[in-house]
Design a protein. Structure first.
Length: 247
C-alpha cells in the first residue's frame, strides 16, 4: 500500500484549536513525514495524515507534466471558529513523498477573514507572499514540470490584476500525481476547517485535458466519521464544487 503524504505543514500555532485525524479509504493510515527546513520562512511540524485530509480530485496512474485550475475566493464566516481552509493545485503527493504546489489560505485564526497566497515545494515549507486577495476574486493556479525536475508555479488573481510566478527545482520529484485540493492547515495538530461559502473549481486541466479524462480519486475532508467538507461530482470533466459542512 502506497503511503500518502500531505503537502503542507505550517507553523500556525495560534490556530491550533483541536487535532484533526482524517478517515481514510485505504486499509492502513499514512505515516507523517518529517519535513525539511531548506529555504523555509515558517518552521514545520508533523501531523497525523491520511488521504481524506484532502478534499477534491487527484489524478494518478501516469506521469503528469502540468495541472491548472481556476477557483473563486469565497466569503468566510470567522465567528464560529478560527480554522483555516487552503485550496491549491499541485503535482505529486498522493503516490510520492514530495508535493509541488501553489495556493492560498482562507484564514480565520485572528477572528477575521484573511487570504494569504503561498508557494511550496514540499518537503520544504510554505513561502507566503503579500499580494492582495479579497472575497469575490477569481484565482487561477498552475504547476508545470519541464521533465527535468524544474517547476514553474504560477498564481493569478484576475480580479486584482496580479500574477506571481516561481521557478523551482526539486530533484526528488516524480510528477506521478496532479490535484486540485482544499485542506485544513496547521502545526502539530490541524485546526478546525474555516467556514467558507461554496468553493468552485473550474477549468481543472491535466496536461491540457480535463482532469476527468484520466484516472482520479475524489475525496472529502473528514474528521473521524464527521464530514467537514463534501466534494461534488465532476461537471464536464473539469469542474466541481467543495461545500463546507462542519468545523
Amino acid at each position: 500500500m502506497t503511503t500518502r503524504i500531505p503537502g503542507r505543514r505550517l507553523a500556525l500555532l495560534a490556530a491550533v484549536a483541536a487535532g484533526l485525524v482524517a478517515a481514510s479509504t485505504t486499509p492502513s493510515p499514512a505515516n507523517a513525514a518529517s519535513p525539511g527546513t531548506g529555504g523555509s520562512l515558517h518552521p514545520a511540524h508533523n501531523r497525523v495524515h491520511s488521504d481524506e485530509i484532502w478534499g477534491g480530485y487527484t489524478a494518478y496512474g501516469s506521469t503528469f507534466h502540468s495541472i491548472s485550475a481556476t477557483w473563486n475566493i469565497p466569503a468566510l464566516d470567522c465567528s464560529a471558529n478560527r480554522g483555516i481552509a487552503s485550496p491549491w493545485v499541485g503535482l505529486d503527493g498522493w503516490d510520492s513523498s514530495t508535493v509541488e504546489q501553489i495556493g492560498i489560505d482562507f484564514d480565520c485564526t485572528t477572528g477575521r477573514a484573511q487570504y494569504k497566497p503561498w508557494v511550496e515545494m514540499y518537503p520544504q515549507d510554505s513561502i507566503y507572499f503579500t499580494n492582495t486577495v479579497r472575497a469575490g476574486d477569481s484565482m487561477t493556479g498552475s504547476v508545470t514540470d519541464d521533465g527535468g525536475h524544474w517547476f514553474t508555479l504560477t498564481l493569478t488573481d484576475s480580479t486584482q490584476g496580479w500574477t506571481k510566478t516561481f521557478s523551482k527545482y526539486l530533484a526528488s520529484s516524480r510528477s506521478v500525481n496532479a490535484e486540485a485540493i482544499i485542506e485544513p492547515i496547521g502545526g502539530g495538530n490541524v485546526p478546525k476547517l474555516a467556514r467558507f461559502d461554496a468553493l468552485r473549481f473550474t477549468d481543472v486541466t491535466v496536461d491540457g485535458h480535463p482532469i476527468g479524462d484520466v484516472s482520479t480519486h475524489r475525496s472529502a475532508v473528514t474528521r473521524g466519521t464527521t464530514t467537514l467538507a463534501t466534494t461534488g461530482s465532476l461537471s464536464g470533466g473539469a469542474a466541481f464544487t467543495v461545500s463546507w459542512q462542519h468545523s
